[in-house]
Design a protein around this ligand. Structure first.
Ligand SMILES: [Zn+2]
Length: 236
């Protein structure tokens, strides 16, 4: 029947849309697509070797997440996040992730925690290679995998959403400051503390880790001469 056939076509199209959306999210998070700049769907389509339709659809998904905003007849502008926006996202992550790490340190088995070690090591390898997109992908799996051990899937989903929105701006700063590898090692150190059953130290470690990603010390000073995107009066 026609119904089945068209459903299959839709699913193929949807998969492409999701793939493009994921690639665009990664480029946004890594800062390859820059805040305040407008990108046309056709330009991005050429870049990714796909047609403009899935790019437009993916961009609508990102617009829904607040990452870009449509610009009539031009494409999509990457949303500029204020320092306050970033502080607020980080604060919510801290409220969720810090106590959850303590809870998981008390409840998880050695096997559950051990299963996260390869991912923690992937983060370190990506940091050494200067691969920001690879870093973020593994970092996402690590943090959400750890939170999932608390047994509340909504909690991990919420943090996943906050990560998309905040784009982990600090990461490029960490890379520039040469502290990306140290920040990556915080994941294996965190696992060690949790395996030792030291919930308080694990919580403190997570607190420092989230603060580093938000506002890398040293990266700030070293990057101070860097041009920031100009904020026009009245711009959001
Ligand atoms: Zn992390």
């Amino acid at each position: 029947m026609n119904g089945l056939r068209s459903r299959k076509l839709v699913s193929v199209q949807e998969r492409l849309r999701d793939q493009v959306a994921n690639a665009l999210r990664a480029a946004l998070i890594a800062g390859e697509l820059r805040p305040g700049v407008t990108y046309s769907a056709s330009t991005l389509a050429a870049e990714y070797g796909v047609s403009a339709t899935p790019v437009r659809e993916a961009m609508l998904d990102l617009a829904h997440e607040g990452l870009v905003e449509p610009v009539r007849n031009k494409g999509f502008r990457v949303t500029e996040l204020s320092e306050r926006d970033l502080d607020e996202f980080t604060e919510i992550r801290a409220l969720i992730e810090i106590p959850t790490v303590g809870k998981v340190a008390r409840s998880a088995t050695r096997e559950q925690l051990g299963a996260l070690r390869p991912t923690a090591e992937e983060i370190v390898a990506a940091a050494r290679a200067g691969d920001l997109v690879g870093y973020l992908e593994a970092d996402r799996r690590f943090h959400l995998g750890l939170l999932a051990l608390a047994g509340n899937s909504r909690l991990a989903e919420t943090v996943g959403d906050l990560r998309k929105r905040s784009r982990l701006h600090g990461l490029a700063g960490l890379a520039e400051a040469g502290t990306l590898v140290a920040s990556a090692r915080e994941h294996t150190e965190l696992l060690d503390l949790m395996l030792a059953g030291d919930a308080a130290a694990a919580e403190e470690h997570m607190r420092r880790h989230l603060a580093h990603v938000r506002s890398p010390r040293g990266a700030r000073e070293q990057g101070a001469g860097r041009r920031r995107p100009a904020r026009k009066p009245g711009a959001r």
